[in-house]
Design a protein around this ligand. Sequence first.
Ligand SMILES: [Zn+2]
Length: 333
Amino acid sequence: MDMLKTKLAVLVGCLSLGVAINASAAGFETVTLGSKGGIQDGNLTAFMLKSELDDNYVLLDAGSVVNGLIVSEQKGAFADVKVPEDSKYTKVGYLLKEKIKGYLISHAHLDHVAGMIISSPDDSHKPIYGLASTNEGLMNNYFNWSAWPNFGNEGNGFKLSKYTYTDLTQYQWQAVKGTTMQVMAMPLSHSGGESTAFLLKDTQGDVFAYFGDTGPDAVEKSDALNKVWSALTPFVKQGQLKGIVIEVSFTNETPDKALFGHLTPNWLMKELTVLESMAGKGSLKGLDVVVSHIKYSLKKGEDPQVVIKRQLDAANTLGVNFLFPAQGDALTF
Ligand SMILES: [Zn+2]
């Protein structure tokens, strides 16, 4: 009897240890469907994101969708995804129609939505989440029967109602249907226009932050980023911020007046330093920061990504871990 009790105790101990290991290891996964901020059609800003506690994804911006899925599949990013035997779809089709449960759109600029628009005829029904200004931009400029048929459930003319516009209230959590995640939308200033940062939260309270295009507060004459850093601070303090995707569109050689609502390496470091000052010295050490939205260059000479990486590394007094995924690269956080 004592022997059995001991065995049971060991078994229970192992089980709870196993759960604890799993719990601490769970985070988020991204697949980069598009990594560039322009001008390469087929590789424009779009990241698939899912919680490791869930099989279903949301898309963070949708500059490139089907091409991104094709390249990602060829690179083996979806090796673990099994298409059910009775499905009539390819893996790319299955992922688009069944596994991507919604779009989170930061703003309605073409380089963030082109893939969604162009794949819409063969897409499945799903929500488009965004601030009201973003959803209005989509219905007024694209899904309007002039630029493209109206696949939305609002806007001009007959509504095909494939996509359900879902306005997010700033700084409030809302469920992402079909996934176990919640999302909070936080406005950003993008050359005077509105863009969005999305904070995704899993069932254990861990979060992942995705930033659409944004300029620095000092140049935009805004406090939008300051508010976002405040919102992230408690998660940093508790070790629950698992990673960030944020843009660095230009090198440090770009003057402030030519930023047009974007960041340079120096400005990103200045902004991250604001977050560190709120969360505590050394609090960002080891934080994964994905650098997005670097423009494809037509010029001979050094690739802007090489320059931007060098400039970020040189200024990285915070000890963050900068990542530069290419299209098709999968990452875990
Ligand atoms: Zn933009």
